[in-house]
Design a protein around this ligand. Structure first.
Ligand code: AMP
Length: 464
């Protein structure tokens, strides 16, 4: 998963992109990059590993001059965790500096890459996004718009893209609309970003959300609508609302906070816990769910777990051993809230089960009499191929174990997963959703090669 940003005709665009990326940090903590373009069309790029605040020290920011910028914050889903895969991808082309910031995953990237390599293309990264750079640069269409369109006609899967070409910015969302992309205005300029929370920090005003298949060109602060991409069934990623996006954002036309509260309400109806004395969230993604659960059940909401905010998302650790240790670094129970009580703990999802298992042990050690776990989504039974970093099927506890087996493994008194229907109801029935990781219904073809290649690093030479 990733966060993308584009800034057109705003002084110090590089610094503004930095602010925007800061607000989008939750979408990717592995690497970040900004391309800034000055009045003469000269582009300057900086990309680095780590958090946004670590990647752009003042001496670097000083070079990112100009009033146009493209930025990216990365969380690896395709390609390995190396600097070469940091984005925006960039290249010097016949139209000037081309930079591509991609949120999503191309499901036909292995085939595209093979074809391009066979034709003599050279790759510097293992990310699927670099295929797009090649396809755009190789297109013989007479305009940049045409080149992008031709490249995208060959791409399958999920892409919300911010593409810089000289001083122009193109923003486009794949026809299924897996990932969000928003437009806003600031003074005479325009900003495009993955989530609205970025605009709040930048002081920009939301114009609207880009719809599935929508394609726009932003030149000197003016937005020009281009012909949309061919229509496909809309499959917005429901997990964006359940877990990924920030609750203070509005995406897919819905307040993320409102959806999560509704999920909590549905959970309380589907899986009540008679006799429980306190409900609390696994902070922060589930806070609103616990609130909704409390509202409907009448069980008092408390802060039973405290999260250390200086620790990244647990998944970002590469090894299982580290991940287990990090649960304790990240959370600590509040004994006074928990001791001697029957508690309901609400989390958004269960992936491998390691976080919850550690939490349950902590809560029991803090003196809980009973522990009831409620999850704001159904069992995850398959990996995501559209940009969320879920592990392989074998590692997904929901794919390999029954609910009763999982309950036993976690050591909880009861376990309740929200049903697929309940989750989709809460997310808003009017929107078409992708729920492949829960239902196994993948909206695009998924080849065995894609399944195998997800975390492979097929590069013979890498930057360090
Ligand atoms: P696990 O320990 O593998 O069961 O992880 C479950 C926890 O990870 C839950 O608290 C979720 O909020 C969180 N989570 C779910 N999906 C992801 C993801 N793709 N990346 C990072 N964290 C996630």
């Amino acid at each position: 998963m990733c966060g993308v940003i584009g800034v057109s005709k705003i002084p110090e665009a590089g610094r503004l992109a930095y602010l925007g990326l800061y607000a989008l940090q939750h979408r990717g903590q592995e690497s970040a990059g900004i391309v800034a373009v000055d009045r003469e069309g000269q582009a300057r790029v900086h990309r680095g590993m780590g958090l946004v605040s670590e990647t752009f020290p003042e001496p670097v920011m000083k070079h990112l001059t100009g009033d146009v910028a493209v930025g990216h914050t990365r969380y690896s889903t395709a390609g390995s965790t190396v600097l070469a895969n940091a984005q925006p991808c960039f290249a010097n082309t016949r139209y000037g500096a081309l930079s591509v910031a991609h949120n999503g995953n191309l499901t036909n990237a292995p085939e595209l890459r093979r074809q391009l390599v066979d034709q003599g293309a050279i790759f510097t990264s293992s990310s699927d996004t670099e295929c797009l750079v090649h396809l755009i640069a190789r297109s013989s269409a007479p305009t940049m718009e045409g080149q992008i369109r031709e490249a995208l006609s060959q791409a399958e899967g999920a892409y919300s893209l911010v593409i810089g070409c000289g001083r122009e910015i193109y923003a486009v969302v794949d026809p299924r609309g897996f990932r969000p992309l928003m437009l806003a205005r600031l003074g005479d300029g325009v900003i495009v970003a993955s989530e609205t929370c970025a605009f709040d920090l930048m002081g920009a005003t939301l114009i609207r959300e880009l719809q599935p298949g929508e394609f726009v060109r932003i030149v000197e602060g003016q937005i020009e609508a281009l012909a949309p991409l061919p229509r496909r069934p809309i499959t917005r990623c429901v997990f964006e609302l359940v877990y990924f996006s920030r609750p203070d954002s509005t995406i897919f036309g819905r307040s993320v906070d409102a959806v999560r509260r509704e999920i909590g309400r549905h959970l309380a109806v589907e899986h009540p816990v008679p006799g429980a004395e306190v409900v609390f969230a696994v902070p922060d993604s589930s806070n609103a769910m616990a609130l909704g659960f409390s509202e409907v059940s009448g069980i008092k909401l408390e802060y039973g777990l405290i999260r250390n905010h200086y620790v990244g998302r647990t998944f970002i650790n590469p090894t299982q051993a580290l991940r287990v240790a990090k649960v304790k670094i990240k959370f600590n129970p509040v004994r006074e809230v928990i001791k001697g009580r029957s508690v309901v703990m609400v989390d958004d999802s269960l992936v491998r089960g390691t976080t919850s298992k550690g939490l349950v042990q902590m809560v029991r050690a803090a003196g809980a009499r009973e522990v009831h776990l409620r999850l704001g989504s159904p069992p995850i039974t398959g990996p995501c191929h559209y940009g969320i970093d879920t592990p392989t099927r074998e590692e997904l506890i929901g794919a390999t174990h029954s609910v009763e087996e999982i309950r036993e493994f976690l050591g909880v008194d009861s376990l309740g997963y929200l049903s697929l229907d309940g989750m989709l109801d809460a997310a808003g029935r009017g929107t078409g959703f992708c729920h492949a990781c829960f239902s196994g219904q993948y909206p695009t073809p998924i080849t065995e090669e894609l399944v195998q290649l997800r975390h492979a690093a097929p590069l013979a030479a890498t930057l360090v």
